[in-house]
Design a protein around this ligand. Sequence first.
Ligand SMILES: Cc1ncc(COP(=O)(O)O)c(C=O)c1O
Length: 389
Amino acid sequence: MYSQLSNDISPFTVMQLVQRAGEFEAEGKRVLHFEVGEPDFQTAAPIVAAGHTALDAGQTKYTSAQGIGELRQCIADFYADQGISVPVERIMVTSGASGGLVLLSSLLLDAGDELLITDPGYPCNEVFAKLVGGVPIKVPVSAANRFQPTLADIQSAWGAKTKGVLLASPANPTGTMLDAGELVAIQDFVTARGGFFILDEIYQNLTRDHVTYTSGLSLCSDIFVLNSFSKFFGMTGWRLGWVVVPEPAVEPLTKLAQNLFISPSTPAQYAAIAAFADDAMAIHSQRKKTFEARAKILSDGLIALGFNVPVMPDGAFYLYVDISHTNMDSADFCWRLIEEYQVAVTPGYDFGDSNAGDYVRFAYTTSDESIVLGLERIGQALEDWGLKV
Ligand SMILES: Cc1ncc(COP(=O)(O)O)c(C=O)c1O
């Protein structure tokens, strides 16, 4: 009775780990959380206040499908501040990056069309392709190329049915960015084949100082860009994001948005205007620095325990850690850590198949104190398991 797609989707281990963590917490045990990719901070107070004001002012009706003009202008100004000129018309506000992914898959894929995605990568990407009958093709990426594809990888995966590529920069679960030169070369290759290039920039602004570009839009104007208020702006539960699309895509995408979503959340859109004001931006920038400091505590601690962090992230709030020296499978490692030491970490299997048994993802969306305690417990686990180096 239920669709093939709903049957095919496998539940994430991370959700089972979250449930198990909740059971331990109900027993009064402290769990150290490194599993969920969501900032631990509350939405910044100026945004919450703007949300209250919008509700009090009766902003509870539908908006236009593209989103309210004031917010789209704020997004255009956000790019202008990075030296990137994006006309407001090319910006569409969406129900999170997830809503953007539904829209772009619907816009760009027909049944049987192939979409190249990375392995490891954001696990839902393949579902968005399948939703419209598309065929996700996983391109394995490894530490050797900072878990990002090269032009050669894309060229060799590209087949007669391939329509486009969906990459993320910085990426989940690795936090690495696509090299600027490869990005341009991939876009040139894709364009020459009449295909499309979607760049997921949901972790934009959560980047380190060494990065060489902020948005791929500074390098190529014709890519499709996904972004979100979830991560840097700390608004996961408000369900708001945006896409930037080439001008010819505006009209068909608007029709799809009207039909599939009517409009993004109205109070969330009014609240999000406040996310760009100086006071909220100062809070977001401070939180970004906090993530960076945590990354150092966590990576130093894990390396001291004998783990290999083959690639340091360029951004986001993840470390993709090689556990192969333990000779344990990552699923086994994560289940034993939660069951025996109440430390929650996500196995590589949640992000694909490529070397998944050798990797786990740590999200440093938790306090310094929790990170230190988590490291202590992991150190204890290694000692108890006879794996201390
Ligand atoms: C790479 C990537 N893209 C998209 C999303 C979806 O985010 P949202 O719908 O909250 O904007 C996530 C969420 O974790 C993600 O990691």
